[in-house]
Every structure is written in structure tokens, then in C-alpha cells.
Design a protein around this ligand. Structure first.
Ligand code: PGA
Ligand code: ZN
Length: 428
């Protein structure tokens, strides 16, 4: 039982220099804890709504003063002095107070910041690490550390649309510890940086999530350079280090079809293209291969890749239990990309996670392109036994705060990393 004394908030900046929300929760016993929320760039249309001020004179309309005021005002008033037996009870009160389906009145950014700050305050009050508190919220024991999937190359909305594919990630496959996974990643990142300096004439820009972003002539060049970088690091593609891709294809899909560079593809042709990449490169995971509204073609994509490549839904699902139920019925994917701020509360994200699990899917716990130095995501990925964690590259402190937290958790718990291969147990 935890009694809230007060909640408050502050507008802070994310890793792209845009405003976001940090909330603080004080419990009656004097415990104080804060949490900050991230923000996406390639957002799904079904995501819960971040409340932005819309004042063009300040942060181009992106200010979060209204969301902050909602925490300092209405949300504080609703919670102050109340005792909660669970995270669900608190989240429900806030959700009812907001009263909208998509959290647009008080803002998903405001609501999630409070949800997380309360969780962290409860962990402190119980004197348990946050990952253990998250495991308790999920009513499960601590099991494994997630396998990281780490951004190597960026395109799409994260890198000025230079290449249609949004992220090419590496997946340390033979690593059995977080420590080893990050050392292998470093080796590949360094050889990739050298390789593209040679090929593209410069140490290329790093994108929103810290990935390298040279002007690849086409997606195949992106894949081929990643394979070469793995080899040049002295590692075996597919065996030591595999590849994952976030196609984020909603962002180049129109009524006319998928505009993949020069080529315009319909749904079946797009599936054919994805299957060809899966055959040609050591790909183990494919996120948003199709658009968020292309429900008709998703089951075929899953069927085509089943057993070889994880079929991951991000924009398609938006961590939204309703959309997940639909995807389960249709057999659209086999992996949920879970981003807590897409739905706006820990309890609803938990529901999303449980639905995915009961369908036999895997779960990838994911950061956003706009992150903060807060590291709660690492604790969440361990506490909720994420199969994968997706945080971005191994550069930039907002990413490293999560990797460093995973190293701390590994040292503290000695939990094993989730088993390889990713494809084990993919339901047919
Ligand atoms: P976003 O992208 O945080 O910019 O939405 C991350 C992803 O698509 O996985
Ligand atoms: Zn994505």
C-alpha cells in the first residue's frame, strides 16, 4: 500500500533537444522518485497522444508546459493523499481522469511520466531494485537478461530519409553475456565506421539513435556493408553476429503502394522483396516490413518468414491491446515491439505484454528515437523478461545509460542472457 503525498513535473529536453516531461512522485513515507518519458519520430498513427503546447514561437510548438501543468494541477489533485494497492489502481484513476480513448486530454506524456515515477517510488519504498519491482508488477520471477539488438546504420525518418530502411541493427548471437554482447558490438561498430569512411569518403553523420548514416545508394548496400563490417571485426555473420531490420514501411507507404527508392511495390511484391533480403543476408528479425494499415498482407508475410525470421510489429500494434488482439486473430506477427509511451501507462503496457505472451509471441522492449538519460527501460526489459531490447546504437549517453544499467543488473543478478536463436519456438 502506497500513499501519494504529491506529484509534480518539469519540462526537460530529450536527446534531440526537444521538450519532454519529467515527473516526481513523493510518497507519504517521504520516498521521492522521478522518471522521464521518451518520444518517437516515426510514430504510429494509433499511438496515444503526446500533449504538445502548439505555440509556434516556443520550440516550434513542441513545448510540454501544458502536460507539466496537468501533472502539477489535475493529476496531483486526483492522487494526493490517496492510497494505492497496485500500479493498476493508480493508472486507472489517471486514465479515468483523462477520459479519452487516446489520452489526448491530459497527454500520454503527462500520464506515463506519473505512472513511471510512482513505480520507481514504490520500488524505493520497498527497498528493492526497479527491475524486481517491475517483475513483481508482472507477477513473475526474474528469468533472463534480454538480448540487445543494436542500431548500426540508420535511414528513414531518423536520418534525413537518405535510405528508405529506418534501422539496420546487429544482434550479437554467440554472446552469452551482456558484457560480451557489447564488446562484439563495439568491434562491429568500429569496423563499420572505418568501412564507410573509406567507401563514402567521410566519417558519416550519426543519426537520432546514434547509428551511422552514410548515403547508401540502396538498401542492399546497407545490408552488404553491415555484413562486411561484421567480417572485418573478425566475427562470423549469422553465427556470431546476425542482422535485424526496422523497415518502418508505414513511412513510405501510400495508397499507390510501397515507394522503395525508385521502385513502387504492391503488398505481394513488397513481401517478395523482404523474403529475398531474408534469404540473402543473415537476417533474424524484421520489424514493420509492411505498413500499419496493410492488415491484409501481414499474415502472408508472417507465413512466408515463419521459422526463419521474427516478424515484429511496431507501428502496426502501437503496444495497443486492441490492435494486438486483432493481430493475434489474423496471425499477423510473432513478436511485439513494446514501447510503453505508445500506450501511455505501465498497466496497459503490461496487458499488451501478457496478450503477446499468451499468443506465444516474443517481446522486444524498445526505446524511442527521442530518449533521456533515464534508464528505467533497462529495468523494465529485465523485469518483464523481454526477449530482446532495442535501445539504439552504442553511442550517446541517452542510449548508454540503458546499456550501462544492463551491465549493472548483469553484475548484480548474474542472470543468464536469453537463449539463442531468436527464432526458437516461432509458432508456424
Ligand atoms: P521512433 O522509432 O522512436 O522514432 O518512433 C523507433 C522505432 O521505430 O523502432
Ligand atoms: Zn519501429
Amino acid at each position: 500500500m502506497f500513499t501519494v503525498e504529491k506529484v509534480s513535473a518539469l519540462e526537460i529536453l530529450d536527446s534531440r533537444g526537444r521538450p519532454t516531461v519529467k515527473a516526481t512522485c513523493i510518497l507519504r513515507d517521504g520516498t521521492v522518485a522521478s522518471a522521464s518519458v521518451p518520444s518517437g519520430a516515426s510514430t504510429g498513427t494509433a499511438e496515444a497522444i503526446e500533449l504538445r503546447d502548439g505555440d509556434p514561437k516556443r520550440y516550434q510548438g513542441l513545448g510540454c508546459r501544458k502536460a507539466v501543468a496537468n501533472i502539477n494541477g489535475e493529476i496531483d489533485q486526483a492522487l494526493r493523499g490517496r492510497t494505492f494497492r497496485s500500479q493498476e489502481e493508480l493508472d486507472l484513476i489517471i486514465r479515468d481522469l483523462d477520459g479519452t480513448e487516446n489520452k489526448s486530454r491530459l497527454g500520454a506524456n503527462a500520464q506515463l511520466a506519473v505512472s513511471l515515477a510512482f513505480a520507481r517510488a514504490c520500488a524505493h519504498a520497498r527497498q528493492v531494485p526497479l527491475y524486481r519491482h517491475f517483475a513483481d508488477i508482472m507477477e513473475q520471477p526474474l528469468r533472463t537478461l534480454p538480448r540487445p539488438t543494436i542500431n548500426l546504420f540508420s535511414g528513414g525518418k531518423h536520418a534525413g530519409e537518405l535510405c528508405p530502411l529506418q534501422d539496420l541493427l546487429i544482434v550479437p548471437a554467440s554472446a552469452t553475456t551482456m558484457d560480451q554482447a557489447l564488446a562484439d558490438t563495439f568491434a562491429v561498430y568500429q569496423s563499420a565506421a572505418k568501412l564507410i569512411a573509406k567507401k563514402y569518403g567521410m566519417r558519416a553523420l550519426s543519426a537520432d539513435e546514434g547509428g551511422l548514416a552514410p548515403v547508401f545508394p540502396n538498401p542492399e548496400a546497407m545490408f552488404a556493408d553491415a555484413v562486411e563490417a561484421i567480417q572485418q571485426a573478425g566475427l562470423r555473420p549469422g553465427e556470431d553476429v546476425a542482422l535485424a531490420v526496422d523497415v518502418a514501411s508505414s513511412h513510405f507507404h501510400t495508397k499507390a503502394g510501397y515507394q522503395l527508392g525508385e521502385r513502387l511495390l504492391d503488398g505481394p511484391a513488397m513481401i517478395g522483396q523482404l523474403a529475398q533480403w531474408a534469404k540473402r543476408y543473415p537476417l533474424v528479425s524484421l520489424e514493420d516490413g509492411l505498413s500499419e494499415d496493410d492488415w491484409d498482407h501481414w499474415p502472408k508475410l508472417r507465413e512466408t518468414l515463419s521459422g526463419k525470421v521474427r516478424v515484429v510489429g511496431d507501428d502496426l500494434l502501437c503496444t495497443n491491446p486492441k490492435r494486438i488482439r486483432k493481430a493475434v486473430e489474423l496471425g499477423a506477427v510473432d513478436t511485439l515491439l513494446l514501447k510503453v509511451n505508445q500506450i501511455g501507462s505501465l498497466s496497459e503496457a503490461k496487458q499488451a505484454c501478457l496478450l503477446a505472451r499468451s499468443a506465444g509471441w516474443q517481446v522486444t522492449i524498445s526505446a524511442r528515437s527521442g530518449e533521456t538519460e533515464d534508464n528505467w527501460l533497462a529495468d523494465l526489459a529485465v523485469g518483464w523478461a523481454g526477449d530482446q531490447i532495442k535501445v539504439g546504437s552504442i553511442t550517446q549517453s541517452e542510449r548508454l545509460s540503458k546499456y550501462n544499467r544492463l551491465l549493472e543488473i548483469e553484475a548484480e543478478t548474474r542472470l543468464p542472457m536469453v537463449a539463442w536463436p531468436l527464432s526458437a519456438g516461432v509458432p508456424k
